[in-house]
Design a protein around this ligand. Structure first.
Ligand code: AMP
Ligand code: MG
Length: 412
């Protein structure tokens, strides 16, 4: 591609790189109850103070024995000298006897194997054991899952249900997490009305307000919703001043093109600094990034699909990194294209697509027919984005890169 044809266009990767370098992770730490830590980001590694399991225990319902006491080929008859249920502790095993034992119960001292009950027959207090056992059989060793002092969760992990369960399994009642990132949003445009109001001529509903605030909630940030702001420099400066006081990051939609009614750039420039980027990406060419005092500023485009996509591709990793998360890139997967895309744009495209079952269990991606940046129905019909490299035609049957929405709306 000829450079003259794309003056000042930043690639998606360049823009992301600048954003991630500029992200300043929040420093303040708070302790929360482990039960309340879902979605929060761990501020220190979790080191296990105990072994898990804490003691050697039986993996089966059966009989704990000394393996050397069993005849190698014949049935062995033994006295059942004790009974150990989970939650109780037995006494050392007398030679030539067996202990009736249940799953999870501690192995008594002296025993080195458990014979499962299906391979034994008990009558009164004598058990006939049908076969030999080898040392260690059916015993879960202390520390087999987690050793004392092992790091079980790393700093910068966003806590999902599995992480919460693991922390609880080593006895953690509280966890240190980073303070929630505060994110102010506001929406520019004199054409915007709120759901519940009747639309006057020329008006549209402010859907971006709902999309963006909901995206922020999926990531457990603290949204500060400042609503709709009229298209005037004065109003925009006023709300920006307030937002910079209250928030770590300010995100807006609309008003960052270079139209006469686009005041966001001028207002941010008056209070701080701003770069207006033109990114080699479709949807979502214009993106603004700047700073007002301690608050970072991200200006997303106004078109509803552009808001959704640019949030997912740029704002999400920036916000997660600012929240202290280490792993911020969404994973993507190869799937087979069930479409032709023969006239690619010179910018990278993120197409809304849906996975459907293909040949031999492979997933195939189908495209929503209307890929316009205002067509929100594409985001509901689809279940992910296809990342189409700039200027590269795609033929049916070729492999394409698919990012499931599930990767973008949840975090790992
Ligand atoms: P702008 O960047 O302000 O020129 O907006 C680009 C397009 O997105 C225009 O068609 C706007 O009407 C539309 N738009 C801007 N803000 C919103 C919003 N909050 N909700 C829905 N559409 C919007
Ligand atoms: Mg506008």
């Amino acid at each position: 591609m000829n450079d003259k044809n794309k003056p000042n266009l930043l690639s998606v990767d360049e823009a992301l790189d600048i954003l991630l370098r500029a992200a300043e992770p929040v420093q303040a730490i708070e302790e929360v109850l482990t039960m309340d830590a879902l979605g929060r980001v761990l501020a220190a590694p979790v080191i296990s103070p105990i072994a898990v399991p804490p003691h050697d225990n039986s993996a089966m319902d059966g009989y704990a024995v000394r393996s050397a006491d069993l005849h190698p080929q014949e049935v062995t008859r033994m006295q059942v000298s004790q009974r150990i249920a989970a939650g109780s502790v037995g006494s050392p095993l007398q030679p030539q006897t067996a202990a009736r034992i249940f799953t999870g119960a501690p192995i008594p001292a002296g025993a080195d194997a458990v014979v499962m009950q299906e391979e034994a027959q008990q009558k009164d207090d004598v058990v006939a054991i049908m076969r030999a056992a080898s040392a260690g059989e059916n015993i879960r060793r202390a520390g087999e899952d987690i050793a004392v002092g092992a790091t079980i969760l790393n700093d910068g992990t966003r806590l999902g249900p599995q992480h919460i369960g693991l922390a609880a399994s080593v006895g953690m009642a509280r966890l240190p997490v980073y303070r929630k990132l505060r994110i102010a949003t506001f929406f520019t445009g004199d054409e915007l009305a709120m759901p519940g109001e009747a639309l006057a001529p020329g008006q549209i509903y402010n859907s971006n307000r709902f999309t963006l605030n909901s995206l922020l909630r999926t990531m457990d940030f603290e949204p500060i919703d400042l609503g709709t702001v009229p298209d005037s420099l004065e109003a925009t400066v006023g709300v920006l001043k307030q937002a910079a006081q209250d928030a770590d990051v300010i995100i807006t939609s609309g008003g960052v093109s270079v139209g006469e009614e686009d005041y966001v750039k001028a207002a941010v420039a008056q209070l701080g600094k701003i770069d207006l980027w033109r990114i080699a990406m479709k949807p979502g060419k214009p993106l603004a990034f700047g700073r007002i005092e301690n608050a970072a500023f991200i200006g997303l485009p106004g078109n509803p699909v552009s808001v959704f996509v640019t949030f997912c591709i740029f704002a999400r990793p920036f916000l997660l990194r600012s929240q202290g998360v280490m792993q911020v890139a969404p994973r993507s997967y190869w799937v087979e294209a069930n479409f032709d895309w023969l006239k690619p744009d010179r910018r990278r495209e993120y197409l809304r697509a849906r996975l459907e079952p293909g040949m031999e269990g492979m997933s195939r991606a189908a495209l929503f027919p209307h890929q316009g940046s205002g067509v929100l129905t594409s985001t509901v019909w689809g279940d992910g984005l296809i990342n189409c490299p700039a200027g590269t035609p795609i033929k049916r049957g070729e492999r394409v890169r698919f990012i499931p929405f599930a990767e973008l709306l949840a975090c790992h």
